[in-house]
Design a protein around this ligand. Structure first.
Ligand SMILES: C[S@@+](CC[C@H](N)C(=O)[O-])C[C@H]1O[C@@H](n2cnc3c(N)ncnc32)[C@H](O)[C@@H]1O
Length: 391
């Protein structure tokens, strides 16, 4: 870590279903030995790549640096393994720390207990050396530690991100059911939008898809507004390298002209649009994204083709018949008014999909918070559905 050129293993955590897009992002950023895991991708890189991963990876939730792994069979082996790590390399006796843990094994099924045991081991190591101990800080710790136990193996990592990377700092207010920013970026990358044709979200809510699309199109790193990454508190922090990376990122931002293509959002809810406008300004994207206060039924597709990507309401507040006809309206509006567009819909209400009445071409399984969802691409064509199915 101290030597800029030294290579080590890095682990990027993500949401279920985004492993492929994340692995591609890591490859483009220069990661090697890339291995896809469940909700995570492992790779090799140096300090520069670790910092860049936090700044640039649109579909990563956290970037971890594994520092030790050992066999655990009971509380004592966990305590001993954690205590054997020299924590003075990472944390000062006057500093603060926080442990996040995950346990999936017969010996350990309580994550809180794992975190407590690990905390005891760290505190005891400092007490024995200095007669003093660092404190635990749940809100703004100097060092965030991740303890992961699966079967009889424990992996201890430093969490270089601190707050999860979906907290981009452009969202001042959430509105109704906002998408996680990492999920929104993943949807856009999965939809293979070319970044030079129109991008429309006709039920934009708080504007997450629009903002992530504009960040992608302008080559803005998703976390350029953030300064509170945990690695800036590490004793090994290389300030010059970090400043160089940020300056380079700023100089690579592309100016786009609204005449070339349009990023447009609309919604029937005026309050949502006010929230979206605030979020767009905060992200510095006011010149790129336009908003309209209109219903999907009345929205006239902008000329030339592009992507239309949205997550309609799932129907919690509507009667079954109403939500079924709402999804039928989505299908017929796409079919009659958006013929040149590539349509993608995210929904967690799977039985409703048949009411859209269009043929799905690609489907991805994802989760929006704890709800299982499908992200679906529909072929829009003129004529009857039967004709398409026959072909
Ligand atoms: C699940 S939310 C979208 C959340 C959004 N993706 C975000 O990240 O904040 C669905 C949105 O669809 C809007 N909506 C519902 N019916 C609509 C219609 N007929 N036309 C346009 N917008 C509609 C709602 O006002 C709501 O903001």
């Amino acid at each position: 870590m101290s030597n800029k050129e030294e290579k080590f293993q890095i682990l990027a955590k993500t949401l279920f279903g985004l492993e492929d897009v994340l692995a591609k992002e890591i490859e483009e950023l220069g990661g090697t030995d890339i291995k896809k895991l469940n909700r995570a991708v492992e790779y090799t890189g140096d300090t520069e790549l670790l910092y860049k991963s936090n700044l640039y990876l649109r579909t990563a939730l956290r970037i971890l640096l594994p520092i030790a792994s050992f066999k655990v069979i009971n509380q004592q082996t966990l305590y001993n393994g954690i205590k054997e790590i020299d924590w003075t390399k990472y944390l000062s006796v006057d500093g603060s720390f926080l442990i996040k843990s995950f346990a999936n094994s017969i010996a350990f099924n309580n994550s809180t207990f794992v975190a407590l045991k690990a905390k005891d081991a760290i505190v005891d190591q400092f007490r024995e050396k200095f007669d003093k101990r660092p404190s635990v800080d749940k809100n703004d710790p100097d060092l965030q530690i991740d303890v992961y136990i699966s079967e009889n193996k424990a992996i201890v990592s430093l969490d270089s991100s601190g707050k999860p990377l979906n907290q981009r700092r452009y969202r001042k207010s959430g509105g109704e059911a906002p998408l996680n920013e990492v999920l929104a970026a993943g949807l856009i990358l999965m939809s293979a939008w070319d970044k030079k044709s129109n991008f429309i979200d006709p039920m934009c809510g708080s504007g997450t898809l629009l903002i992530e699309a504009a960040l992608i199109a302008t080559n803005r790193p998703p976390n350029l507004l953030r300064t509170d990454f945990s690695f800036v508190n590490w004793p090994s922090f290389n300030k010059n390298l970090w400043e160089k990376i940020r300056e380079e990122a700023k100089s690579n931002i592309i100016e786009i002209n609204k005449k070339d293509f349009k990023i447009i959002g609309s919604d029937i809810n005026l309050r949502s649009l006010e929230i979206t406008q605030t979020n767009i300004s905060q992200a510095g994207l006011s010149k790129i994204i336009s908003l309209r206060h209109t219903s999907f039924e009345k929205f006239i597709a902008p000329p030339k083709s592009g992507h239309i990507v949205f997550n309609p309401p799932y129907g919690e507040r509507l009667k079954v018949k109403e939500i079924e006809s709402f999804y039928a309206m989505i299908g017929s509006t796409l079919k009659h008014k958006w013929t040149d567009y590539n349509a993608w819909i995210l929904t967690c209400n799977l039985p409703l999909l048949k009411h859209i009445g269009l043929k799905p071409t690609t489907k991805f399984k994802l989760f929006n918070a704890k709800l299982e969802c499908k992200f679906i691409n529909f072929t829009i064509f003129e004529g009857k559905k039967e004709d398409l199915i026959k072909n």
